[in-house]
Structure formats: C-alpha cells, structure tokens
Ligand binder design. Sequence first.
Ligand code: IMP
Ligand code: MG
Length: 188
Amino acid sequence: MEDVTELSQAVSRVLYSEEQIRAKVRELGSAISIDYADRNPLLVGVLKGVFIFMSDLFRALTIPAEVDFMAVASYNPDARAHGMVQLIKDLETNIAGRHVLFVEDMIDTGLTLSYLLKNLRARNPATLEICTLFDKSRRRLINIPIKYKGFDLPDYFVVGYGLDYREQYRHLPYVGLLKAEVFQKNGE
Ligand code: IMP
Ligand code: MG
C-alpha cells in the first residue's frame, strides 16, 4: 500500500484545490436549497465516484432532502457506445411524483447518464434535473441539459475527490492530473 505522500507524488498538477472545491460545493448547495425548498428532493447518485461529492453536497443543503444510489456494471466501450448499461443496484425509493436531482461527479461522453435518465424518466418523477461537479463538455456525444454545474474541465484525465484511476486516488481532497509515469507503469 502506498502512503499519502507517495500518492500525492503521483499527481503532477492540482487543478482544483480543496478550498476551491469546498466553495463550489457550498454554492451549489445554496442554489439547490433555494430552488427545492418545500419539495423534499431526492438526490440520486451512481456509485462509486460520486460518493464524496454527494456527501458534501448533501450536507451543504439547508432544506429537507433524501438521498439514494444506483450502481451500474462496468461495460466495454462497444456496449457503452450503444447505450447499454447494466444496472446492478437499483434505487430503493419509488420516484413517481418525486423531485429527483441526479448528482454526478463527472459527465464525460454522457452515454451512461443518458441511459440512466431514460430509465428514470420512465418512472414518472415530477421533475428530473442534473447536477454535476465536473463537466468535460468537449467530449460529449449526447446533448444533456445540466441544471447545476461546478467546473468545466478540459479533456484531461483527473483523479481525486472521488474520481479514481484503477480504484486509487479517490481520497485525495483535491482534483489533479496524474503523472505520465503512473500510466506508463500500467502500460498505458
Ligand atoms: P460517461 O459520461 O458515460 O463517458 O462516463 C462518465 C464516467 O466516467 C464518470 O462518472 C467517471 O466515473 C468516469 N470518468 C470520466 N472522466 C474521468 C476522469 O477524468 N477521471 C476519473 N474518472 C473519469
Ligand atoms: Mg462515475
């Protein structure tokens, strides 16, 4: 197991500091609290990447709200290109008539999200909106309207604050770029 100093040495550049992320999450939490007052929204996340953002965002709310999670199986790029996603954990909540806010750590191509939104829409929620901390909009393959957005991200692969590379680095409090040698070590 690598220690934290070694982990942070794997990062070549911090793109968003802990403070910047904290301020942004607070901002998003305030906006959501205003828009969803008296609507008892259900925040829905897809495991695992979103768990850190979700826990901070949820605590930044000042209104009654509920939370639930889904999980999807990892897919090969071919299946994903056809919008195929396997649900391995569904919501526990019946969302019919509910105000659902879909919370994402990162929207990249949008393929996974687009499948899940279709799936959720079929359950007749009263409203269904999207909140993402990071948006790689230049890589989008499907148009997805985003109501709450944290940061626009260039087409970089980043880690930290829940985002992983091979399941590592999720716990870094900031978001940064991995050094090239980390990928090289894995033959990528
Ligand atoms: P997509 O929008 O269907 O392409 O998938 C987005 C998902 O890919 C995100 O929820 C992340 O789990 C993962 N992902 C995309 N870009 C990154 C990144 O830069 N670092 C870590 N995970 C990423
Ligand atoms: Mg994810």
